[in-house]
Design a protein around this ligand. Structure first.
Ligand code: ATP
Length: 215
């Protein structure tokens, strides 16, 4: 057991576009878990959903604008640099080899992602590379039976300190401030000619307006 691990985290998502639900959750997790930083990692080619209507480059640019004044949050562009579908396990392998075996690494996911995790490429290997921190959201429930339920039961901890003392292998569920904001709703507002102002950072909305995105 290494007492001096400074944990770091990576938060996967489409971020189409990034909004205050993502950003506030990310900052709260940095503080609750004592993370050195949490990197938002836009998925370039999502394996499990249709190609987003704006490019990975644009989605990453919006994340960069959103985090530029908060040193604890970053944008990780590695999935844009890789060919093929953006499998999270491949990103975690890269991160693990960059950080070394002694660093605590956590992958942050929403409950919606957790429910489908058994369809992810090499999902059983995720915990060999990182911890998983799940953002509990109102209205979402964890499965009671099946492979994801068994996996949760085998690896779940309620002790945040585990993330500082172990490098990988545990699942922590955190209830954060609920903010009923989704990228889908922001895209729908824009398509309807309505304003999503105050649901996302002003520089991100300026970028959307300048590029005429989601029209
Ligand atoms: P969409 O509406 O396009 O599905 P989204 O708003 O859910 O997008 P994603 O990029 O898919 O955004 O989200 C990345 C992760 O962030 C997901 O695992 C999701 O559960 C989580 N997340 C999304 N919105 C919020 C929110 N308001 N509060 C906390 N977590 C969120």
């Amino acid at each position: 057991m290494n007492e001096s691990l400074t944990p770091v985290g990576v938060f996967g998502g489409t971020f189409n576009p990034v909004h205050y639900g993502h950003l506030r959750s990310a900052l709260e997790l940095c503080e609750l878990l004592g993370l050195d930083h949490l990197a938002l990692m836009p998925c370039a080619q999502p394996p499990h959903r249709e190609a987003p209507d704006c490019s990975a480059e644009q989605r990453a640019a919006m994340v960069e604008l959103a985090v530029r004044d908060e040193p604890r949050l970053r944008c990780d562009r590695r999935e844009l640099a890789r060919e093929g579908l953006s499998y999270t396990v491949l990103s975690l392998e890269e991160l693990r080899s960059e950080l070394g075996p002694g660093c605590s690494l956590s992958l942050v996911l929403g409950c919606d992602a957790l429910l489908k995790i058994d369809s992810w490429f090499r999902w059983q290997e995720l915990l060999e590379l990182a911890h998983i921190v799940v953002i509990a959201r109102p209205g979402w429930h964890f499965p009671a039976t099946g492979p994801v339920a068994d996996w949760l039961a085998a690896h779940r901890t309620d002790d945040r300190a585990v993330l500082r003392h172990r490098t990988h292998g545990h699942i922590l569920v955190e209830e954060l401030r609920p903010l009923a904001i989704s990228s889908t709703e922001i895209r729908d507002l824009l398509r309807a000619g309505r304003s999503p102002r105050y649901l996302l950072p002003a520089p991100v909305l300026d970028y959307i307006e300048q590029g005429q995105l989601y029209r």
